[in-house]
Ligand binder design. Structure first.
Ligand SMILES: [Zn+2]
Length: 164
């Protein structure tokens, strides 16, 4: 199952998804802050792998087949984001960082969905961090330092400029 949660789909995203992700379901998530969470939560545990491609991500032909054919539980494509970095008051800098744990282009296997409920209800702007922490720690049950799960990163994907 492949979904594109959206408020406004970038034209290049639409073009690449229509070409490289046949059968993708576009789901409008602009209703309220929790619509994105509800969209994923209602599809979680369906028995199929769940692939999410966000509205400003431009995939290539190889990416969906690569995710689908991989046996790993949690697979992503990384993309650059602006991150805050600070060592204390007055030291904040903003850096361009490659984020391999975001929701922009991700697969959750049927197996991991079967053993773990989706993350607790969270607004869209904190959902990526909530999901990352939830999956990484097996819903908080795995608390051993160094025992967290990390996604299998398949490479990088193009992250388009936001549409205003
Ligand atoms: Zn993988």
């Amino acid at each position: 199952m492949i979904i594109c949660p959206y408020i406004k789909v970038h034209p290049k995203t639409r073009k690449t998804l229509d070409r490289h992700a046949p059968g993708i379901e576009y789901v409008y998530t602009g209703k309220d802050d929790y619509a994105y969470w509800e969209t994923v939560n209602s599809r979680w545990g369906s028995g199929e792998d769940l692939i999410i491609v966000e509205q400003d991500i431009a995939i290539t032909a190889q990416m969906i087949p690569s995710l689908v054919s991989c046996p790993r539980a949690w697979c992503t494509y990384a993309y650059p984001v602006m991150a805050r970095y600070t060592t204390g008051p007055g030291t904040e800098i903003r850096i361009r960082a490659l984020d391999p744990e975001a929701l922009g282009c991700v697969k959750f296997s049927a197996a991991i969905q079967a053993i773990l409920p989706f993350a607790a209800k969270t607004p869209w702007d904190r959902l990526d961090i909530a999901v990352r922490d939830h999956i990484a720690t097996c819903g908080g049950q795995n608390v051993e330092p160094g025992q967290v799960l990390r996604p299998h990163c398949h490479g990088t994907v193009e992250h388009l400029h936001r549409l205003s």
